[in-house]
Structure formats: C-alpha cells, structure tokens
Design a protein around this ligand. Structure first.
Ligand SMILES: [Zn+2]
Ligand SMILES: [Zn+2]
Length: 349
C-alpha cells in the first residue's frame, strides 16, 4: 500500500510503500475512500506549533514519532476485522473518529478521550488516511455515514467535531448572535452547524474578502473585515453592547485580541484555532466583567455520535468540498498554506 508520510519535519510528505497490515485483536482495517486535508496538517508537517514570543511547541517532544502518515479526516470501507472487533460489517462505509486516547485512564473512562494525556490520534501519533489503507484500533471509533457521500462526510472527523464541540460551549447559541472568527474550512463548517443547531445567527470575521463572501453566501447575518482598526467596536455596535460568545477559529494574537475585546459583560471567548501567538490581558476586567476564556479541543466520542445524529437528521453543512487524488497531497498542502483554499479539499483514491 502507498502512504504519504512526514519523514523529516519541514519537508514535503514522502511517498512510502509497505505491505498492507492485517488487523489483530479489536482492530479494523479500512480502505480509505476520502481523506480531508486540514490546516493542522501543516503544523504536523512542520513539526511544531508557534506559541508566540519566539517560542515553539515541538510535536516530537509531545510524542509524535517519525515517520508517520498524516490524514485525520477519514472515511473508509471496512475490508478486514480482527477477531475481537464486534458489531462491524465488512463493506460498511464508516467515518473514523481519529481522536483516540489510551482507553484506560480516568479521563478516557469518563468519555473524554480527546483530552487523554497519552493520545493515539490517527494521522498524528499513529498512521492516518493519506494512504490506500488505514488501521483503526477499535470499532467504537467508527461511525456509519449512511447515505452521505464519503468526501462530504470526511471533514466531520476534525473540522466538524471541533466546531460542534465549540458551539456546544455557547450557552446563548439560540438567543444571541455568536461571533465566528475565521471563515476558512473550519469557519464555514462552524456556521453551517450553528444553523443546524438552531443558532440565532452568526457574525463572521475574516481578513480575506473572498472568504467573507463565502460566509455571506452561507448565511452569515453579517461579515466583518478583521483587519479594520475598529473591528471590535463594530461587533459591539452590532450586538447591542458586545458579544456573548466569540469562537476564534484562527487563534492568532490578532484574532484573540479581537475576540476578547468584542465581549459583553459575562461573555465568553472560546479559542479553537492553533495558528499561534499570544495574548496579554489586564486581570481586573476579567473578574469585574465576569469574562470567560475557554479552550476547546476536538470533541468527545459522545459528541461525535451527537454530531452524526444531527447530520443524519438535518443534512450535511453546505461547506464547499473539492476533491483531488491522493497523489496530489503535497500540492494541496501548499495551496492551503498559501491561503488559497475555500472550504475543504478532500483526497480520494
Ligand atoms: Zn484537523
Ligand atoms: Zn487515556
């Protein structure tokens, strides 16, 4: 089988070949039908996240071992199962939740595998879907996609679950407009899911006019250029005193400043994006204005089950998806790095 791997950080993915593995124990082998290309793949290929102020967080220090096959938004066909893999049928088309924990610590046992301290995430710490086949550790990570097209369902595994979990943290979702910062693939997914969850409306911020247009077309109540100096004030004016919730899908110093500064008393700034940077805030106003700063990282298996049920009930969010053959993965990553992707690019065999 072919697999595209990070062999050296900072270099293009390398095409390697190996015999297709056979599942043992509870493992399930999928033939990959669709693998979404996510912005975090760029960080994974680089080998670090930018912490701001010149500091970096090395992924190899955090347990990423090379070479590793990237690709964490995958849908595949079950082609082989281990003797301990129950309730999964050969030929089924399944979405693989990549956010596997160790499965045995207290955090995993309470259901938050996405917050395990010894994660085994597919396409990060274990081989992912930029390959002909991939191994999933246990059937509990597999979700039936029903009639959904594989290339449209695949982004639910990262972009979908990440934004769904962030939206679930917004208590005012149905009564107040929510600010969404960033209208790339993640932003359009967030907007689409907000609508399906019965959200009151969204004010979408992006510095790119093409992405603002895409958000407007997708039903944003208002769009704002994040580069204008009074962007925060515009949000405050539009929301009658400030936003109750701002979801920051960018996570840069600039976007964090904007999200935090646009809040009303009691408001919540939710940071999701991993662009990199830092934020300096005065402490007394956090207390006096009863503000919340909350991180949101991926989502739990229970949230994935909820998300799949929501999508089966209401249809997929209308995120633009284009497909490219797996062999073009490096070209697609270059395009993403250059900011030239609207929506999601999904690799197919
Ligand atoms: Zn991702
Ligand atoms: Zn664990």
């Amino acid at each position: 089988m072919r697999m595209f791997q990070v062999c050296t950080c900072g270099e293009p993915l390398q095409l390697n070949e190996q015999p297709t593995p056979q599942p043992t124990g509870s493992e399930v082998l999928l033939k990959v039908l669709a693998a979404g290309v996510c912005h975090s793949d760029l960080h994974l290929a680089d080998g670090y996240f930018d912490l701001g102020g010149g500091k970096k967080m090395s992924l190899q220090d955090r347990g990423m071992k090379l070479p590793v096959t990237l690709g964490h938004e995958n849908v595949g066909e079950v082609v082989a199962v281990g003797p301990g893999a129950k309730n999964v049928k050969i030929g089924a088309i399944m979405l693989a939740d990549p956010w596997a924990g160790c499965g045995s610590c207290a955090v995993c046992l309470r259901g938050d595998e996405n917050l395990c301290r010894a994660m085994r995430s597919l396409g990060v710490f274990t081989n992912g879907g930029y390959a002909d086949y991939m191994m999933v550790a246990h059937p509990r990570y597999l979700f039936d996609i029903g009639d959904l097209p594989p290339e449209r369902a695949a982004p639910l595994a990262c972009s979908g679950i990440t934004t769904y979990s962030a939206l679930k943290k917004v208590a005012t979702l149905k009564s107040e407009p929510t600010v969404i910062i960033g209208a790339g693939g993640l932003g359009l997914m967030c907007l689409g899911l907000l609508q399906k969850m019965g959200g009151h409306g969204a004010i979408v911020v992006d510095i790119d006019p093409a992405k603002r247009d895409a958000a407007k077309l997708a039903g944003a109540a208002a769009v704002i250029d994040g580069n204008v100096p009074d962007a925060a004030q515009r949000i405050i004016d539009m929301t009658n005193g400030g936003a109750w919730a701002a979801i920051d899908l960018v996570g840069s110093s600039q976007s964090a400043r904007l999200g935090f500064d646009s809040l009303i008393k009691g408001g919540k700034y939710i940071i999701v994006g991993l662009y990199g940077g830092d934020l300096t805030v005065s402490l007394p106003p956090i207390a006096m204005r009863a503000l919340t700063i909350q991180g949101s990282y991926l989502g739990s298996l229970a949230e994935m089950a909820e998300l799949m049920a929501l999508v089966r009930r209401t249809g997929l969010p209308p995120v633009p998806v284009s497909t490219r053959p797996l062999k073009d993965v490096n070209a697609v990553m270059d395009q993403l790095r250059a900011g030239k992707v609207i929506g999601r690019v999904v690799l197919t065999p």
